[in-house]
Design a protein. Structure first.
Length: 294
């Protein structure tokens, strides 16, 4: 039921989406997922600008939205909403992001990964499994969806930014035993977009990255965004950028003076609201928005 609701949100009217195909909702894992529970959605209170939240996920899915054919670039982005590994911010860091991506010609793949954090999973291994599996599934079905298997990226906000960093730096060691032929495909993203990523610093030594984040020369090119007044995410984002630079990885960092944390795709006259335009420019400069081969 929740997957259908999540998919319905993607149908919000937008001129750039009028000729796009209906989104596909696909179970990420074959068969029953152990420990399946109900997945309630907590709505904002009347009159409040809250966030639409998914509060429990035990059956991960991907929602695939393709752009209008005349705009299709052949590139794809898997979107990881934030929420502190407790909930998923389903709208301003999810469906709104998917709508933006399809409007610029990219296939958007919205990942509903497992939350809240499970007891004993302090390293968030289960969400990492979901992200790695999503990358392999999209790559396996790339021909079916008109996606270039060499232009599949990962984009995450806050905890989803941590998940993006985790998946981008651990593609050489899958976090689960392969379950089918889809897992023969690479789980390495071709590029990464990290928006105010959280939790990337070591818990004991805030001067270095967590041991989970294993940046090497093989880490994919990255685009990073944070606000200087985001006390939680700014130090880690800056450290991530420095580590990428030290490893010789192409990276672009945008630091806005103000904006705090959690703005996602919200509209504003403030400079931070232009992050998606800067990201689009970065993608274009890397050839990610070139027209798909016909």
């Amino acid at each position: 039921m929740i997957a259908l609701l999540f998919a319905a949100l993607l149908q919000a009217p937008a001129p750039a989406r009028e000729s796009a195909a209906k989104p596909l909702v696909i179970d990420l894992w074959p068969g029953k997922v152990p420990g399946e529970t109900a997945e309630p959605v907590e709505e904002p209170k009347p009159g409040e600008k809250g966030i639409r939240r998914i509060t429990s996920v035990s059956r991960p899915t991907i929602i695939v939205s393709r752009p209008p054919q005349e705009k299709d670039t052949g590139a794809a982005v898997i979107v990881c909403p934030g929420g502190g590994y407790r909930i998923l911010a389903a709208e301003h860091e999810g469906t709104d992001v998917a709508a933006w991506l399809t409007s610029i010609g990219m296939t958007a793949v919205l990942l509903k990964y497992r939350v809240p954090q499970r007891p004993g999973d302090g390293e968030n291994r289960l969400p990492l499994q979901d992200a790695q599996r999503a990358l392999s599934v999209v790559r396996t079905r790339s021909a079916e969806w008109g996606v270039d298997p060499a232009r599949i990226g990962l984009l995450g906000f806050s905890a989803g930014g941590h998940l993006t960093a985790n998946a981008s730096t651990n593609s050489d060691r899958r976090a689960y035993e392969p379950v089918d032929d889809a897992d023969k495909a690479s789980c390495r993203p071709d590029f990464a977009v990290l928006i105010y990523p959280g939790g990337v610093l070591d818990r004991q030594d805030k001067e270095r990255l967590s041991a989970q984040i294993r940046i090497t020369k093989d880490t994919p090119p990255s685009f990073l965004v944070v606000s200087g007044d985001d006390r939680g995410a700014a130090p880690g984002t800056l450290r991530l950028y420095q580590a990428l630079r030290d490893a010789g990885v192409s990276a672009e960092l945008h630091v806005y003076a103000t904006g705090g944390h959690g703005y996602g795709m919200r509209k504003s006259e403030q400079p931070w609201a232009a992050w998606s335009l800067r990201c689009e420019e970065w993608m274009k400069s890397r050839g990610l928005l070139k027209p798909a081969s016909r």
